[in-house]
Design a protein around this ligand. Structure first.
Ligand code: DGP
Length: 113
């Protein structure tokens, strides 16, 4: 499958990993938008949030169990952080493998533009 994130999971493309278990991989974003910018992905190829269902939603739960650990590890648990998933090209999704951005280390405006 021609998926950058599946290749990162397989070790065919290098990444700066910050966490890995049986179901979840987390690594530094290649073009960070904040001092802390981590991507969390399921190890199964799920295209986007639009494809989450009863069969695969456990991956999302696993990812959200990992988020506080990574936030702590990266030193942003207390200061605050943002978790974002872009779903579909018009929402800014450029890699069609479900991923959650964990952003921290600066302040963020709301609502987003
Ligand atoms: P999105 O635009 O929401 O689909 O986010 C995709 C993110 O993936 C974007 O912030 C850049 C990052 N990215 C793309 N290719 C690579 C890569 O090969 N390595 C790493 N570490 N990040 C990547």
């Amino acid at each position: 499958m021609d998926c950058i994130f599946c290749k990162i999971i397989a070790g065919e493309i290098p990444s700066k990993k910050v966490y890995e278990d049986e179901h979840v991989l987390a690594f530094e974003d290649i073009s960070p938008r904040a001092p802390v910018h981590i991507l969390l992905i399921p190890k199964e190829h799920i295209v986007s949030a639009a494809e989450i269902n009863g069969e695969n939603s456990a991956y999302v739960a696993k990812i959200f169990e990992v988020i506080p650990k990574i936030a702590e590890q990266m030193g942003v648990k207390e200061s605050g952080f943002r978790v974002v998933t872009n779903c579909g090209a018009s929402a800014g999704q450029s890699v069609m493998h479900l991923h959650f951005h964990l952003l921290g280390g600066r302040s963020f405006s709301w609502p987003p533009g």
